[in-house]
Design a protein around this ligand. Structure first.
Ligand code: CIR
Length: 264
């Protein structure tokens, strides 16, 4: 039987555009290089495809510098999809850009109407619940609006907190399988994963916590050998993809795709 938390028929990605140099960042650690980012993005898409999934590759959206980070626009669940309401004003328009591709894959598409805000990067769907981290981008009203739709679709939702100074909840954690979470120690210390099996990223490799489980693979950023070793020893099939350019914009492996099983 398939496991809806990590077995998917589809992914949606969007190629980065030249405007990526204007992408949001908490701290300026250098301008992303478009050619390097395109090469890494192609490797990422190839890894997704290697699992047998269909990858819908959207064209660059020049008007939205952060549009490559598609995860923040939509929450995809087995029943349907929910269009988010980003907390970053420059990212609001990305939702309408994504909607046609989502409508082509899902019969039931809902919308967070506001006034609250919520971004996909703050949402971790596990085998038993939906965890949503309040952050600078996701507020109580946004979480409450999502909770109503999630309840209608039979999911329980638990509000947790993103550590201060961390962009999104999933900047610091990832689902490895229905019961196993890869996390930084600082996030796990908050107690939000009690009852789960938790694997910690290696000390000093906190940026490795944003990975994805996609079908048979765990796709993680390259350059974190001790965490790769932890995952390898735990029995996961790990693929590493360069994340140097997206990291300059606080982005990582989960941000670059929407992962789901299409309902139509
Ligand atoms: C932003 O600040 O919104 C983008 N530069 C990075 C978004 C990363 N998305 C994610 O973690 N889901």
């Amino acid at each position: 039987m398939s496991n809806p938390t990590f077995e998917f028929t589809h992914a949606i990605t969007r190629r980065p555009s030249a405007s990526i140099v204007d992408g949001l960042r908490a701290e300026d650690i250098g301008t992303p290089d478009l050619d390097k980012m395109l090469a890494a993005h192609a490797d990422y898409v190839a890894a997704l495809k290697s699992t047998g999934a269909t990858v819908i590759e959207l064209d660059p959206a020049e008007a939205y510098p952060d549009a490559v980070f598609v995860e923040d626009t939509t929450l995809c669940l087995p029943h349907g999809a929910i269009m988010m309401r980003p907390g970053a004003p420059t990212r609001m328009g990305e939702v309408a850009e994504m909607a046609p591709a989502i409508r082509a894959c899902f019969d039931d598409v809902r919308q967070i109407n506001g006034p609250g805000h919520i971004e996909g990067g703050d949402i971790l769907v596990t085998g038993r619940e939906i965890l949503v981290g309040r952050s600078d981008r996701t507020d109580a009203a946004g979480v409450a609006e999502l909770a109503e739709i999630a309840a209608e679709w039979g999911h329980s939702l638990r509000e947790v907190f993103t550590p201060p100074g961390v962009l999104h909840f999933k900047t610091d954690c990832s689902l490895m399988d229905a019961e196993t979470i890869l996390s930084t120690k600082r996030l796990d210390a908050s107690g939000c994963f009690t009852g789960y099996r938790v694997l910690h990223v290696a000390e000093g490799e906190e940026a490795a916590a944003n990975a994805i489980r996609f079908n048979n693979l765990v796709i993680m950023p390259a350059g974190f050998p001790r965490t790769a070793d932890v995952l390898d020893k735990a029995g996961y099939e790990v693929v590493q993809v360069s994340n140097t350019e997206c990291a300059k914009l606080d982005g990582g492996m989960s941000c670059l795709s929407l992962r789901f099983s299409a309902t139509k």
